[in-house]
Each structure stands twice: as C-alpha cells, then as structure tokens.
Ligand binder design. Structure first.
Ligand code: FE2
Length: 337
C-alpha cells in the first residue's frame, strides 16, 4: 500500500498518555507528586495515575515487573484520521484490536485501538479523552500539552530506519532534524520526528555503525514541558532535595533549544522536564544536522565507570537478542541516510 497516496494525518496526532509498568509504587508516587509536581490519583493497590492537565489520565502506572514504559497512547483529532490510521495498519496485515471498556476507563478515554509497535512498545490510538472536573493539585503551576501533545519519548534502537519507517507509515511523521553526538567514546546519531507542531514527539538514538543498544529500557527517557522557567527550576531543586538521582544537570539542547534537566525515575529510565522548546513552522522548516545534544549544561551527574561498563554489558547482550520490530509497518521506501 502506498500511504503517500492517502490523505496525510500529520498534525492530527498527539502524544496523549503513557502506560508504565512498575512495582515501585511508593517511590513513583513521591517522584511524580513531590519531585516533578504532578497531580496524583490512586485507583487501587495496583493502579495509579498522574494528571498534568484537565485530561483524566496522562500517566497510567500498573503493577508489574517491567520497570519501563510499555505503551504509548496517541490522541487522534478526528474520526477520519483515526480510520485512516486503522486502515493503514490493517492493510499491512498487522493485528489491531479494541481495548476493553475497563482498559479504556483506566486510560481516561472513551475507547481505543491497540497495535504492536517497535521495541515491543504497544501503540494505542483514541479520539476522545475524558476530562476531569476535579481541580489539579500540583506543585508545578502548569504543563504545556494541547496541540503539541503531552511531551515526547526518546528510544534507543539498533534499527533506527525501521523506527523512522514505522512512525512515517502509521502517523506521517516528518523528520525534524538530526543530532550527532559522542558519549563515552561512542558515536550516536539521533533522529527527531514530529507529528504536529512540537519539534519532536519521538527521538530515535542509534549507535553509529554498530548494532548496539546500551539502554535496558524500551524508552530511554520521556519528556514533559513545564509552563514556566520558575516551574522548571523548582522541580529541579525538589528532585535533588528529595534524594532522587539526577542523570543530566540543567542545560539547553542544540536543536529545539529546550532548557531541561534529566532525572532518573524509580524504574530506571530517565525523565526530562523541559521548558520553552521552539515550535516548528511547517512553511519554512528544513531538516538540518546539529553537532552535540547541548549548547551548554546537561552534564552527567554521578555516573560512574561501573555504570558505563554496565551499559556496554547490556549493549553486548543486544547483539544476542535482536530488537523487536514490526516489519510490515516499517516502511519500505522512506528516505534515510
Ligand atoms: Fe528529550
């Protein structure tokens, strides 16, 4: 199927919620509310949620051993785009099934469809989020969501062109830009993809020329955008004061110019809180390549040689266990370098 011949859904797709599987509920509650400053709702012993705006759910945490982001939920603006995406998935022979009413209620949506995604990250799409009338109780004044979605996720991959193809095939994702960076002597190339005005909703980091993935979790980091610089600074201070691990100090990215810091979540993947990224103007944007992830700052905090050795041990393991992909949706014919 030639997806370029069908109407584009670009701009109608927004990162809407994430499902995290963890057994560390007490730590996550403290991290999410007292450090990051989000609204918290406990649903049961095995389920809790965080809100950052009027949507009932932006983060669903369910008890389980993965200690990882297991699902990305994508808010689709209209039924036409939703059906377009569903038709593409089915046309490629990829299974696609409706979530149960109970699962939809947990995610704070009317109904949703589920299909497999790269690296074993389940993808879900929905059109109608449920809004909460309950006022937010948050330490952060507000987060930027809306047309730009709730933030972004970054994924390390040994098959970056497959991931780029997947998001192009399913959501008409566009390449925003590239960053080349060397970390601990390893050369990385990062592809930044957008599905709306947010500079990127997905970042894909790959070790250049080597099929090595140095990260244990499916998602290396997720990002939320604080409304004000004051919110960013105060949450940075709270992460430190409460004793949560910091991965990268405050800094500014070269490409989207976002000011941010990276904390380590109780599950081990990283959490970027950012402020003031640029918004893409489709009429003038041209992809480019930036050298290095940061203009200033983003210095590693407390990473030891043991951590680095551990990363290479995991990297070696990724040679033995090939990365899961969804070949049928991984997009033949997508131009890449
Ligand atoms: Fe990021």
């Amino acid at each position: 199927m030639n997806t370029t011949a069908t109407p584009s859904v670009f701009g109608a797709v927004h990162l809407g919620y994430l499902v995290i599987e963890t057994n560390r509920f007490a730590d996550w509650r403290r991290f999410g509310t007292d450090a990051i400053g989000m609204h918290h709702d406990t649903l049961s012993r095995d389920l809790m949620r965080f809100r950052i705006d009027d949507h009932e759910c932006r983060f669903l945490l369910q008890r389980g051993p993965a200690e990882d982001v297991v699902t990305l939920g994508w808010h689709i603006d209209d039924h036409e785009s939703f059906e377009q995406i569903e038709a593409r998935i089915r046309a490629h022979g990829v299974p696609c099934s409706a979530g149960t009413a109970e699962e939809a209620a947990l995610r704070g949506v009317e109904r949703f469809l589920r299909f497999p995604g790269p690296k074993g990250i389940t993808q879900e799409i929905y059109t109608t989020p449920l809004k909460s009338a309950e006022p937010l109780k948050m330490l952060t004044s507000s987060f930027v969501t809306g047309d730009a979605g709730m933030g972004h996720v970054a994924i390390t991959s040994t098959k970056p062109t497959h991931l780029r193809g997947f998001f192009h095939t399913v959501f008409d994702a566009r390449l925003t830009d590239y960053i080349e960076e060397t970390i601990s002597g390893v050369k990385l190339k990062i592809r930044f993809l957008r599905v709306n005005e947010r500079h990127h909703s997905i970042a894909i980091a790959a070790v250049r020329g080597l099929p090595i993935d140095p990260v244990r979790t499916r998602v290396q980091h997720l990002n939320v955008q604080a409304e004000s610089l004051d919110d960013l600074a105060r949450s940075y201070e709270r992460v430190y004061e409460l004793g949560f691990e910091m991965a990268l100090s405050v800094g500014q990215h070269t490409n989207d110019k976002e000011l941010s810091y990276y904390a380590v979540t109780p599950s081990g993947f990283e959490w970027e809180t950012g402020w003031n990224p640029i918004v893409v103007d489709e009429s003038t944007w041209e992809p480019s390549t930036h050298q290095g992830i940061s203009i200033w700052g983003h210095k590693p905090v407390g990473q030891t040689i043991v951590d680095k050795l551990d990363q290479f041990r995991l990297g070696a393991r990724s040679l033995v266990h090939p990365e899961k992909t969804v070949p049928a949706l991984s997009g033949a014919g997508i131009p890449d370098d």
